[in-house]
Design a protein around this ligand. Sequence first.
Ligand code: X8Z
Ligand code: ZN
Length: 600
Amino acid sequence: MKNFIALMCLAIAACSGPQSSAPEATVESADEFVSRVNSELKDMGIESGAIGWVRATYINHDTAILAARSQEKYAAWHSKTVAESLRYDGQELSPATRRALDLLKLGTSQPAPNDAAKRKELAEVTTELSGMYGAGKYCPDDGRECLVLGDLENTIAKSRDYDENLDAWTGWRTISPDMRDKYQRFTELANEGATELGYGDLGEMWRAGYDMSPAEFETETARLWNQVKPLYDELHCHVRAQLSDHYGADKVPTNGPIPAHLVGNMWSQTWDNIYDLLEPYPGVADLDVTSTLVKKNYSPQEMVRSAESFYVSMGFERLPDTFWERSQFSKPQDRDVQCHASAWGLDGGNDLRIKMCIKQTYEELGVIYHELGHNFYQRAYKDQTPVFQGGAQSGFHEAIGDTVVLAMTPSYLEEVGLIDGVELSDEAVINDQMQRALAGVAFLPFAKLVDEWRWGVFSGDISPENYNSAWWELREKYQGIAAPVERSEDNFDPGAKYHIPGNVSYTRYFLARILQFQFLQALCDTAGHEGPLHECSFYGSKEAGKKFNAMLETGASEPWQDTLEKLTGTREMDGGAIVNYFRPLMGWLKEQNSNRQCGW
Ligand code: X8Z
Ligand code: ZN
């Protein structure tokens, strides 16, 4: 989904500023129209970017007013401008002009109805929802102090105590029941906006952003999921068996779904935090980067520098001074902020920033690489016109940094002093693959189901009376995960995941998990790597950097299939690359599971 505020991970399509100055009965050609749209977008981006940043880093009553007003103005501009663009329908236009008009129409993730009162209401409700998430706290009724998400995530990551994890898990979900009515209203309003733009509902509009029909896109995501599902199923089977050994078969039965609070992550979306329970060959090739970060007491800035250095080794220029001056690296103690990591390309990509609440862990280091991937993309396409300043499609934007994470091989980590000594035995490979699979493979079904839930909500297949039960049905169906305690429609568990109140589409991450292995393959070929894909790092390869940058520079100016073909030689997303990458682990898992009953 393209969004003409140049930040990733926040969907407030909030732009404000001068309204169109075009004459009413215009005679402007389509090209003149597009050029005016571009200059208005550039203007609006300055103010809306500043407001968006302040809102995300100071969540309070006043910034809510500013942010909602800013979104409202952008929405008014968007409705008006899309309506004007319709006069070029049916005209013969150059492919670039036609594409610019199509992208303009898709330029919001929360299309507003044309009615001013409803537009205002939509802007307010989305601002409130994301603010509720950012300011969310669990205040236990037993006299303990209130806990923020970071505290609760730490518990789930580190504790191996069933009840302690349960308290953190249920505690965080106390923030979301109040979102339910607002989310329902958001759905009604944004659906109305999507219908006015000519889409069946908001889900169809989101699926329209992939250079194929919405129906084809849905089929495409199902195809990709089926390619990778066998790998997930083997991983699930083994993890469940190990958890059952650890917690007991009464807590984790070996024939059903895994309790959601035991896999080391608040949303059970990645499982690498429980690597200690799963290390295939204990003690072989210790990959504990977290302990190095703690031992050497890396500051947040140093962690970001280390990530930047990887990109620089490929020939990318260092980040600008303003990046270091204006980013938020640490959680401020004196106010509520949106801690969920994001990368910002303000001022048309000249003012790059990240906003994070960095912790001293390996997981967070990976998130920093991820965010910088967005920033280097934003800088690479900054010379495109504003409508084309975006990813080839949303999955591309999410895949850049993650491709670089795949190139953080043990040899690389040793070279930069993040681990001591590297072992290149078969056992070490399995350990490394296990850690990566717990992060990357475990994530796939979650990444698939989040939008399947929203697509259902937006189409009406999932009604408000079934919001929570439908969520848990999908969680069980795709992930083989179950809520550890009974849930009901008094809960609104989807709201406890950032991207629901933040209204950021999620299929992007599913696609990214597929694409990043295709990108890795292509960059490793370019870097002259020989041997299995999992051994490849393109650290230091200027050739790989050049090829990567050529793709990034293209931005959204052409169909993503063309962009993909230039990098990889194929026009299709393909789950085969990730399956190929994990071949050693897949073999190992099959052996482990040979006498087990898998499935749930
Ligand atoms: O939201 C993010 C990034 C910002 S685009 C931190 N991610 C997803 C998540 O946290 O749920 C990265 C991977 C999945
Ligand atoms: Zn991202």
